[in-house]
Design a protein around this ligand. Structure first.
Ligand SMILES: Nc1ncnc2c1ncn2[C@@H]1O[C@H](COP(=O)(O)OP(=O)(O)OP(=O)(O)O)[C@@H](O)[C@H]1O
Ligand SMILES: [Mg+2]
Length: 258
């Protein structure tokens, strides 16, 4: 059985890709077969943080040149990756039909992963929403900034009202302290509960960290086999709480039949 988790945010630049990549590495280190899908189509950049230059991307699949299993890159033990292509290709303007073709293709994989993490583009535009509605679980990344709060609220409202997504995990990124992160979650939770009948679970925090900032420059994720720093511990803690996020039953097509 595969659990698919969409990692998303209202506002851009809050750390979705950082979290998707490091969480995938953390799960892989715990011997969980994991597939990371970069679904920020046309703007994909997870490969940079993975320090690789994938030969193929979803574009090769969508154009019909290659089957899905041929566009998968093996990153390391227990971790595989599907790249979403870059801005020079035409994945930015996929039709609904093409998006559905992508989603349904995963069920045909011979070896299905235990987890599939999906790095989804920011905001509530239709490409992101299709991938979110098709995932079992949704993890929303927010920071303590008011703009991040407002945009995350808008994303959750659209997800709930238009796509019947009612369960969300929340991660506070760039937290000053774990206590401050929980205070931020509580604030966001109480605002949301006033207006929307949605279920938000606090999944954890990632510290505001120079090591994470440097990781993109050095093209190497912070979670590796070698270290046991506070960032790695934070990702490991989040990975152990993913089961707390309740599964959505949106009626949308799913990645895996399970
Ligand atoms: N916990 C953190 N501490 C410090 N810097 C961080 C942290 N998380 C992310 N960053 C930095 O913030 C920037 C944006 O991160 P990232 O690309 O992961 O965001 P994103 O939400 O995927 O952006 P986009 O919406 O453009 O896809 C990067 O430079 C990254 O290194
Ligand atoms: Mg990103």
């Amino acid at each position: 059985m595969t659990t698919t988790i969409a990692i998303t945010s209202g506002k851009g630049g809050v750390g979705k890709t950082t979290i998707a990549v490091n969480l995938a590495l953390s799960l892989a280190l715990q011997n969980k077969e994991t597939l990371l899908l970069d679904a920020d189509l046309g703007m994909a950049n997870a490969h940079i943080l993975l320090g690789i230059n994938p030969k193929y991307s979803l574009e090769d699949f969508v154009t019909g040149n290659l089957p899905l299993d041929k566009v998968i890159t093996i990153i390391k033990n227990n971790l595989k990756f599907v790249s979403g292509g870059n801005a020079i290709n035409n994945l930015l303007n996929l039709s609904d039909l093409e998006r559905h073709k992508i989603i349904r293709s995963f069920n045909d994989l011979n070896k299905k992963p235990e987890f599939m993490l999906i790095d989804v583009g920011a905001g509530a535009e239709s490409s992101s929403m299709t991938f979110m509605a098709s995932a079992d679980k949704v993890l929303v990344v927010i920071t303590g900034e008011p703009t991040s709060f407002i945009d995350a609220y808008t994303l959750i409202k659209t997800s709930f009202l238009d796509y019947k997504i009612s369960n969300f995990g929340i991660v506070i990124n760039m937290a000053l302290t774990p206590i401050q992160a929980k205070i931020n979650f509580d604030k966001f939770h109480s605002i949301t509960q006033k207006f929307l009948d949605v279920n938000l679970k606090y999944i954890g925090q990632i510290p505001n960290s120079q090591r994470i900032r440097n990781s993109i420059i050095s093209r190497a994720a912070v979670v590796t086999t070698k270290n046991n720093n506070k960032e790695t511990k934070a990702f490991s803690e989040i990975s152990s709480k993913l089961s707390l996020i309740e599964t959505n039953r949106t009626g949308a097509i799913k990645f895996f039949d399970n």
